[in-house]
Design a protein around this ligand. Structure first.
Ligand code: NI
Length: 158
């Protein structure tokens, strides 16, 4: 496993729509391992492949429960609303308030390319929305209500 360089806002790769993954390969398996290592090293709770410069529909999430791999994920249901602080490893040192659904259901493939369905509320719902946005070239900064703020210590980044 190896750490990958996290691309930051202003890098065009973060604004591109990513391509679907059609088969698991050793190269993609290594990418997923590296994404987890890079995310944990940076104290993040989620990381999408374009954030390490790879335009594929892959994201990893760990909100403190089980590590989740999402491949070609789609949101198929949402409910409710939550407004809360959000950050991004590609926007270091900044955070802002974003409104997201309070519940989402996602259909995806797992790292064995098996179909899975994941339901999440609160932080997990927020993280899945945030990461799936990355796969469509969208950053949270465009959804912030009011102004971006400087992150204080202790605050989690997504
Ligand atoms: Ni992000």
């Amino acid at each position: 496993m190896a750490l990958r360089t996290i691309r930051e806002i202003g890098d065009d790769v973060l604004n591109k729509v990513c391509k679907e993954v059609t088969e698991m390969t050793p190269r993609i398996a290594t990418l997923i391992d590296d994404m987890f290592e890079t995310m944990y090293e940076a104290d993040g709770v989620g990381l999408a492949a374009p954030q390490v410069g790879i335009l594929k529909r892959i994201a990893v999430i760990d909100v403190g429960e089980d590590p989740i791999v999402l491949i070609n994920p789609r949101i198929v249901a949402t409910d409710g609303e939550q407004t809360g602080q959000e950050g991004c490893l590609s926007v270091p040192g900044k955070c802002g308030d974003v409104t997201r659904p309070n519940y989402v259901k996602v259909v995806s493939l797992d790292r064995d390319m098996k179909p899975i369905e994941i339901e999440g509320t609160e932080l997990l719902a927020r993280a899945m929305c945030h990461e799936i946005d990355h796969l469509d070239g969208k950053l949270f900064v465009d959804k912030v209500i009011g102004e971006l703020r400087v992150v204080t210590e202790e605050e989690e980044e997504e």
